[in-house]
Design a protein around this ligand. Structure first.
Ligand code: PEP
Length: 256
């Protein structure tokens, strides 16, 4: 099944709401509309910038979409500081990043929490961009496929086939995130293909053939071309380089 390339920009804890507006405006100017036929473009601002970004995208009828970087596994309740799926859905979020390695490491989010968050996203009609990836030790021990497919299987517990249709998976080797050390295209293909096979094992080939599997980790304009040329890599989750609207636009254009 044909899968439309997706380029997702994870702004992490950068850009206040005024800077976020400026970044979206620059990106809209730098990426001509014709590219959106071939590539979906999504930006992931901080919670505090989502409303401003939503207003700009919807008001100016921009072709990019926006998402959030995390969500609570609960839909409401006494969870001070958390942000729920219903709140994000109300803000027009189409996607939400779940299980990013920074949240797994810094906030100790384990596979059980990641699974609960994936289900919260689906329950609220938001497509999770589920991040999986191995650390350096696991890679050097040659256990990266086993590790990432186990993370994926755990995250998909109790997820129905109807929900899984809108799943996005991002293979993000931890050793490549923010380090400038990018996986080789063959490394990315090996894991992305294994992740797709895992989805096929649970939901069948047809469904798996429609799920977008992204690569993330030090993606730049200079390396995106060879990465998305791989058969099972359907786009990229871009961190640092997405903060520069011109470079991010170039990444989107090359991937299109
Ligand atoms: C990320 O944070 O998801 C990421 C891939 O970061 P970077 O592109 O900066 O490595």
């Amino acid at each position: 099944m044909a899968r439309k390339t997706l380029i997702a920009g994870n702004w992490k804890m950068h850009l206040n709401h005024l800077e976020a507006i400026a970044c979206v405006q620059k990106l809209a100017f730098a990426l001509p509309e014709k590219y959106y036929d071939k590539v979906d473009v999504a930006v992931f601002p901080s919670f505090t910038s989502i409303r401003s970004v939503q207003t700009l995208i919807e008001g100016d009828k921009l072709l990019m979409v926006h998402g959030a970087q995390d969500l609570s596994q609960h839909d409401s309740g006494p969870y001070t500081g958390d942000v729920s799926g219903p709140m994000l859905a109300k803000l027009g979020c189409r996607f939400v990043i779940v299980g990013h390695s920074e949240r797994r490491e810094i906030h100790h989010e384990d596979d059980v929490i990641v699974n609960a968050k994936v289900r919260a996203a689906f329950r609220n009609g938001i497509a999770p961009v589920l991040c999986v990836g191995e650390g350096l030790e696991v890679r050097e021990a040659g256990r990266h496929v086993e590790h990432t497919t186990a993370q994926l299987s755990a995250a998909l517990q109790k997820v129905t086939p109807e929900q899984a249709q809108s799943l996005v998976v991002a293979y993000e080797p931890v050793w490549a995130i923010g380090t400038g050390r990018v996986a080789t295209p063959a490394d990315a293909q090996e894991v992305c293909a294994a992740l797709r096979a895992t989805i096929a094992g649970k939901y069948g080939d047809e469904l798996a053939g429609g799920v977008r599997v992204l690569y993330g980790g030090s993606v730049k304009a200079k390396n995106i071309g060879e990465i998305v040329a791989e058969r099972d890599v359907d786009g990229a989750l871009v961190g640092g380089a997405s903060l520069d609207a011109d470079e991010f636009a170039q990444i989107c254009a090359i991937a299109a």
